[in-house]
Design a protein around this ligand. Structure first.
Ligand SMILES: Cc1ncc(COP(=O)(O)O)c(C=O)c1O
Length: 463
């Protein structure tokens, strides 16, 4: 029998997370927007517990995973690595295609890998409530799950367009005991300000993040929990790549190409960073490709600059590829990819030539998603279809060149709550949305000057 899936034992769940910051030659630290100086652990304490603030800034390579977190991981980890044999056959490609499937977690994606860790540290610190943003609802439902496990209240600001597109994600959050409101909302000054300017604003991850941070800053027992972008989130996701390294060893193979969908960058980081770490320490070279939406192309069209992680300027300044924190992306169905920036570590890896990026339009992604569902059986999350699109394109290129290489991509979640989008695609109703270049230009013009008035006037989270 041909091997289809590579399974590890529970005892092989990684005991440490891997921190790429330890191996990157150049790093640009987050800055306090008031002083322009590197942010300190103390600067972050108003919205996150000490352990997470330390993880955000540490240069240590290996960070121990608490045993309580590992025990909960054991419910869905180690996640399976699949060889996509039926897809390979359909494409008639000499490429060997592998995918690491994170959709088997209770919430259906990679997001609980960090949700559980963040809830654990917050509970230990005596926090009672977590506030967060969510796009398509994958992160919101993952944090809601974590809140249920640790007895924490969870308040989710869900991007308005997704709130209406994905009602069952909302219901899932409620079932876990969380509350969920559409963003921009009237519950925060940030939301009210945006609604006053644009009552029909569809929302964005940046806006929802502002609302969640504002709630956290105004209550000492509420912290903010981020679903992506931040260093500690990328760190927690590295269990994915660490497991994949072992599973490919079982397959007696090694990837030539590693591909992940890129929204804020966390699943891509989680899968690719352990491989990049091997490479940076003298191991084999891999091509890493970030697959981003053509409608929100921060990596391929953005500017590298210090910018805010949210829309109203409450976060520290992060050095990253950005379309500008005030950019509101078109309402594509991959709601988790509608983010103006990208994780600073992913951004740095691209700058350092350790990574490539490719922008793909949504109809070509749904086409790849349907092909995948019909060959491998799993209906992928719209976000994950971006990685599949690029994997298929690479496999077809290898076919043309008559070369066999190993491709590994991240199947970051299932699309069971996204079937309305599939119905629309199958009914020919989905269109490709470009991004409004003028809007991006205007948004980039509002980038904070490092010591300029915009940043100096901003309030930094936690200070
Ligand atoms: C299934 C899935 N994949 C990918 C993403 C993109 O986020 P990130 O780039 O942080 O992995 C999301 C975000 O919500 C998601 O739900």
């Amino acid at each position: 029998m041909d091997t289809i899936k590579y399974q590890l034992a529970d005892s092989q769940i990684p005991t440490t997370w891997y921190n790429l910051a330890a191996d990157l030659p150049v790093l640009s630290p987050p800055l306090h927007p008031g002083t322009g100086q590197p942010a300190t652990v103390e600067d972050l304490l108003g919205i996150m517990p000490k352990e997470l603030a330390e993880q955000e800034l540490t240069l240590e390579r290996d960070i121990e995973i608490p045993s309580v977190v590992r025990q909960i991981y054991a419910q869905w980890r180690p996640s399976p690595l699949f060889r996509a044999r039926r897809l390979e056959k359909l494409l008639d490609t000499p490429a060997r295609i592998y995918y690491k499937y994170e959709g088997g977690s209770p919430a259906g994606s990679h997001k609980p890998n960090t949700g559980i860790a963040q809830a654990f540290y917050n509970k230990e610190a005596g926090i009672r409530r977590l506030a967060t943003e969510t796009g398509a609802g994958q992160w919101g439902s993952s944090l809601s799950l974590a809140g249920a496990f640790f007895g924490l209240e969870v308040k989710v600001f869900m991007v308005k367009v997704s709130y209406h597109q994905k009602p069952y994600r909302r219901a899932l959050m409620h079932s876990y005991g969380a509350t969920c409101v559409p963003s921009p909302s009237t519950e925060t000054a940030a939301g009210r300000g945006i609604l006053a300017e644009d009552p029909d604003c569809p929302g964005s991850l940046g806006i929802a993040t502002s609302e969640a941070i504002e709630v956290a800053m105004n209550d000492p027992f509420t912290n903010y929990a981020g679903g992506s972008v931040l260093n500690h989130v990328a760190l927690h996701q590295t269990v994915i790549g660490k497991e994949a390294l072992l599973q490919l060893e079982m397959a007696e193979d090694y990837p030539d190409i590693v591909i992940g969908a890129a929204g804020g960058g966390s699943n891509l980081a989680g899968l690719a960073f352990p491989f990049l770490g091997e490479q940076l320490r003298g191991g084999r070279r891999v091509r890493v490709i970030a697959a981003e939406p053509a409608a929100c192309p921060s990596l391929t069209q953005g500017k590298v600059a210090y910018d805010f992680g949210d829309s109203t300027g409450l976060t520290p300044l992060l050095k990253m590829h950005t379309l500008g924190h005030s950019f509101v992306p078109p309402a594509i169905h991959a709601g988790g990819l509608r983010y103006h920036g990208i994780a600073p570590l992913v951004s740095q890896a691209l700058e350092d030539g350790l990574m490539e990026a490719r922008a793909v339009p949504q109809t070509r992604c749904f086409e790849a998603g349907v092909t995948f569902a019909r060959t491998e059986g799993i209906v992928p999350a719209p976000e994950s279809t971006h990685a599949i699109r690029v994997a298929i394109d690479e496999a077809l290129r290898l076919k043309e060149e008559g070369r066999s290489e190993a491709i590994l991509f991240g199947l970051s979640g299932h699309g069971h709550f996204d079937l309305t989008a599939y119905e629309k695609y199958l009914g020919g109703e989905l269109v490709d949305e470009g991004y409004d270049q003028e809007l991006v230009a205007r948004s980039l013009a509002k980038l904070p000057q490092q010591f300029g008035s915009e940043s100096a006037d901003s309030q930094v989270a936690g200070s």
